[in-house]
Design a binder for this molecule. Structure first.
Ligand code: GUN
Length: 290
């Protein structure tokens, strides 16, 4: 079997085109959606992600602000900025790029963001709402994966799903969304004993562990659906400098039924859902005001 490749780029383009009208409607009512992205430090990957987020906003006709602090910025300085953004009527979404430098307490920063503008969905109040099954903001990467399932008609009810990775950004919210959709969910991590015994049972595997080409064909049941959330830069060998995911794509696509590529799979969907969350936030704020 050769898998159908899920085209995240095409779906992202389709969704972003549909956002333009919503953005124009909001702008006409004086509520152009605005996203503030805060970056602390000079991590090269984070710089690229932040740049991409800001340019995606611009392409969608949205307002955006990039706020950059040096790596030695104090926690109170960043908190003061967040408080200012919480009050700023032009800003509907606030995102603090992670990871933060070690001297800054990540929880303190995330909890300072107004839950009404928390477009990452990382504030405890929004995590709680997701756990309870009535989310306000769904974290962007798992939200993008769910949109791909919707687009390709994947019915999750009753499926055995294995999520590899337990991060707050991807693994945990992904598991919660799959549970809400009726899947039977196992969450594995780097310490899981005999990981392949879990993945071989799975109808659906979501790989979000951050290890290049970790998921091999012999770890999967034939016909499994494979979602690759990894973005790794290959350090050496013939493919040095290229991007690859957490899945050994070339071999796995011969056993899977559906698979996401890297690049062009989940990646473009993540930023798309950030735009979606920011637009939703602006629509909600406008509705509450009227
Ligand atoms: N770092 C890696 N992924 C993310 C994300 O989705 N949001 C934020 N804020 N930081 C990240």
């Amino acid at each position: 079997m050769t898998a159908q490749v899920l085209d995240g780029k095409a779906l992202a383009d389709e969704l972003r085109a549909s956002f333009k009208e919503r953005v124009a409607t909001l702008a006409a009512r004086g509520q152009r959606p605005g996203l503030a992205v805060v970056l602390v430090g000079e991590d090269p990957a984070s710089q690229v992600y932040v740049r991409n987020k800001v340019s995606a906003c611009e392409a969608a006709g949205m307002h955006s602000e990039k706020i950059v602090y040096p790596a030695d910025a104090s926690q109170s300085e960043v908190l003061a900025k967040i408080n200012e953004l919480n009050q700023d009527a032009a800003i509907h979404g606030i995102l603090v790029q992670l990871p933060l430098p070690k001297h800054i307490n990540e929880d303190a920063i995330l909890e300072a963001i107004s839950p009404a503008k928390d477009v990452d969905g990382f504030h405890a109040e929004n995590v709680g709402a997701l756990v309870q099954g009535h989310p306000r903001f769904i974290p962007c990467t798992p939200y993008g994966v769910m949109k791909m399932f919707e687009k390709y008609g994947v019915d999750l009810a009753g499926k055995e799903a294995v999520v590899i990775g337990r991060s707050n950004i991807v693994g945990k919210p992904m598991a919660l969304l799959l549970i809400a959709a009726g899947a039977t969910v196992t969450v594995c991590n780097s310490k899981t004993r005999d990981l392949a015994s879990h993945t071989r049972r799975a109808d659906l595997v979501v790989a979000a562990l951050g290890k290049p080409r970790f998921v091999k064909a012999d770890m999967l049941k034939p016909g499994a659906i494979v979602i690759d959330v990894g973005i790794n830069r290959i350090a050496e060998g013939p493919d040095a400098g290229k991007l690859c995911g957490d899945v050994d794509f070339a071999a796995v696509k011969e056993v899977a039924s559906l698979i996401t590529p890297v690049p062009g799979g989940v990646g473009p969907m993540t930023i798309t859902m950030l735009l979606a969350n920011t637009i939703e936030s602006a629509e909600r704020i406008l509705q509450e005001r009227n």
